[in-house]
Every structure is written in C-alpha cells, then in structure tokens.
Write a new protein. Structure first.
Length: 430
C-alpha cells in the first residue's frame, strides 16, 4: 500500500468501531515477532494530561541525546502525528511500509479465524514495529482509553508506569465512579513494578494506595503541597520542587499556562528521575538539561494562546475535569476581561455539564461543528446554550471564526473538543 491507500484501509477499519481486550492485539504482535518486547518503556494512563506529561519527558530525553519513540492518540494536525521519532512525525513512506506489514499479518489472522484487529490495534502494532525499526533507546506509550483492556497494555517488563489526572470520562466503558475508572487505569501496572502518579482526587488516591500496597508496587505519589509556586500566568509558571530522585529543591520554569501544567511538569520530573534510576539511557539525563527542556516544552491545543490582538486561546477540554480546570485558569488569569466562547463538542460527551461549568464566565458563545462523525450539530448546541440563557449563535463552518474574532477587547476561547483544535490553530495562524 502507498500512504493514501493506508489511510483508506484504516478508515475502513474504523467503521468497525472499538473492541476492548488483549487477545487479538497479542496475536497480531506475535505474528510480527513481538516488537513490543525488549525496549525500555514509559506507559501512561489517565483521563487528562497524558500528552502534556509525556511532552515534558520527551523534550528532556531528546535534549539529552536519547533515541526516543512516542505513540499518542488522538492527533490534532495530521494522521502521522501519532508516531514520533525524536519529536519528528513518521514519514508517509514509513507509515505506508509499516501499515502494509501489519496489514499482511492481520489478513493472515482473519484467514486463520484468529481475530480481526481494530484500527487502534493496527496502529498500536505499527507503533511497536516503528520503534523496532528506529532502534529506540526508550519508548513513550499513551493508553488510548482506560488501561486494563487497552491495546497498548502489552508491555510486560522494563516499564515505568504513570497515571495522569483521573476523572470521569468514557463512563460507558470504564465505569461511572472515579473508583471504578481508577481500577481500570491501574490495569497497566504489573506486580512489583513502578508507578508515578499525578496528584489525584481522594477517591482515586485511595484506590491507588491500596492497589500498590497489595501488589508490591513502588509508588511515587506527588504531594501538591510540596510545590512552591513563585509566579504563574497564561504564558507559563515558575515554581520550586524537591524531587525524590534528584534530591535538592530546584527552581523550574515551564512555558505552558494553567496550574495543572505545574502538576504535570512535576509528574514528568519524577518520571525522568525514575528513568535515571532504572534505564541505561537515563545516564544521559542531567539536571540542567531537564530544566532547559521544561522551559522549552510546548503541547499545542492545551490552554494555548494562538493570537495576542485579539487574544485567542485554544483549549481541547472535552470532559468535566478539563472544563473545570479551564474555568479555574480563566478566572485566575482574566478576572476582569469579557470572555467570548467558540465551542464545538462531540455528541457523546457530557456537554450539558460543560455548559453549567462555563456559564458564569460566558459573555457570548458561538458554536461550530467539526467534521468528526461524532460531532454535535452546531445548531443543537446553540439551542442548549440558549436554554441556559446564554446568548449563542451557530456558525455555518469553522472558517467563519475569522469573521467573529475581532480586536474588540474581548478574550476569545475556542474549546470543547480536540477534533477542532488543529484546524482552528492552522486557520488563525494563517
């Protein structure tokens, strides 16, 4: 297959939806000679912040000269973005070659009545094949959804596990309560392994502590009160923190706005400390390299200022916890400014809660609809906003944002779904 044929093949597979479980992906990887084995890994699960934490880790490793592979989902700009080698997207030729190899194995499985891999399972297998080709020193792997039955949960050894912020999302699959969701996320953590955890809400923290004690897991549980914030703003923050591995308290500056990014950075710092302790490639990591990397780390579409006049912020917040963090950041950084929201959501998200959370901040709202097949029609979202007495107008297409965003003293916040972030950033950058 060439690159375009590969995209068509994956699109066809996506129509079959998701199937949770590990038997099919393990059989697929076995037929590919188990490319997931033998490479030190960082494996992260969680609801929000996985990408930010891994971006801090990736930036530090690349700056230290480590050969790094990374696998993410979803993407906001390009299909190839899900596989990176030292921060560079996989090329079209690489993607085509590897998906052709993976497809051959999948077709043989179907002939043998040994299962039919989903699109995500095929992409996950492709990630491990690419990592083997790239001869990576270490790989950074993000769960797609959940943990226990996620296709990425095939890394058995030489792994540092990470939990990002846990909250309610994908409840139809993971469970209604924080406790149930946490148990699913902990499914990636093997007995006797290492776990680094973001500062969690108490319901999640109790489950994590019990699990790690019962399974002899070494837990690095970050205490948010040990962080001394020196200053913070929309363009980043400076804070002090004493890492359990690095030892002395260090002053850290990050270029990502939002208090939660401070906690993401501290989580990443502890992950890097564990890499220094556990993996050969960790010997390249030095404190000065890490601090420089944290200052230069960027992660697009997450509370990102993309214009100054007028001020425009893009945030991919798409669940209750993320909407609360967005609201807290806006209240902290723009207490006296009028806020105009441009919102697009997916129909299977709890957007009614989003409206309730953001309502006190909204001066006016415009609604948009992405080309995602799960997108809620803009008119329908407008009607929901009006029911809450919010002035709202539906836009016909995303490019109409150019007519809405004017230099009138308002701050514009574009949010609701990652599926609109990349298109909006490209649109306004032009």
């Amino acid at each position: 297959m060439n690159y375009n044929e590969s995209l068509i093949y994956i699109k066809e597979k996506e129509k079959k939806g998701s199937v949770f479980g590990l038997d099919t992906v393990k059989e697929l990887l076995r037929r590919l000679d188990n490319p997931e084995k033998g490479i030190p890994a960082v494996h992260i699960a969680g609801t929000n912040g996985k990408g930010s934490i891994m971006s801090f880790v990736e930036e530090a490793l690349v700056k230290a000269g480590v050969n790094v592979g990374r696998y993410i989902s979803p993407t906001i700009y390009d299909y190839r973005e899900r596989w990176t080698h030292n921060k560079e997207w996989a090329s079209e030729d690489e993607v085509a070659e590897v998906l052709t190899e993976v497809r051959f194995a999948a077709d043989e499985m179907e002939k043998d009545d040994a299962g039919s891999p989903t699109a995500f399972e095929l992409e996950t297998a492709a990630a491990f094949v690419l990592f083997r080709r790239w001869k990576c020193d270490i790989i950074l792997v993000e769960c797609g959804m959940g943990g226990r039955l996620d296709a990425t949960n095939v890394i058995e050894e030489n792994v540092i596990n990470v939990l990002a912020s846990i909250s309610r999302d994908h409840m139809q699959v993971l469970g209604e309560s924080i406790e149930e969701i946490t148990e699913e996320k902990l499914g990636i953590v093997r007995k006797g392994s290492i776990l680094v955890s973001y500062p969690q809400v108490s319901e999640a923290d109790r489950v994590i502590v019990d699990y790690t004690k019962n399974n002899k897991v070494r837990l690095i549980d970050i205490d948010e009160y040990s962080i001394k914030i020196l200053n913070e703003g929309i363009d980043g923050s400076t804070f002090e923190y004493r890492s359990s591995n690095i030892g002395e308290a260090v002053e850290i500056h990050i270029g990502l706005g939002g208090r939660y990014q401070i906690y993401n950075a501290v989580t990443a710092l502890e992950v890097l400390g564990e890499i220094m302790r556990s993996f050969p490639c960790g010997k390249n990591l030095k404190k000065r390299v890490i601090l420089k990397a944290f200052d230069s780390t960027r992660w697009d579409g997450r509370f990102q200022v993309i214009r100054r006049e007028p001020e425009v912020i893009v945030d991919g917040a798409h669940n209750e916890d993320a909407w609360r963090k967005l609201a807290e950041s806006l209240e902290r950084y723009y207490p006296d400014r009028k806020l105009v929201f441009i919102i697009g959501v997916l129909a299977d998200k709890e957007y009614h809660k989003m409206i309730d959370i953001l309502k006190p901040l909204v001066k006016k709202a415009y609604t948009i609809e992405s080309d995602n097949p799960r997108a809620l029609p803009a008119k329908e979202l407008t009607d929901e906003l009006k029911k809450k007495n919010i002035e709202a107008v539906a836009l016909d297409k995303i490019s109409d944002i150019l007519d809405v965003v004017t230099n009138d003293g308002n701050v514009y916040i574009i949010c609701g779904s990652l599926s609109i972030s990349g298109e909006v950033i490209d649109l306004l950058a032009e």
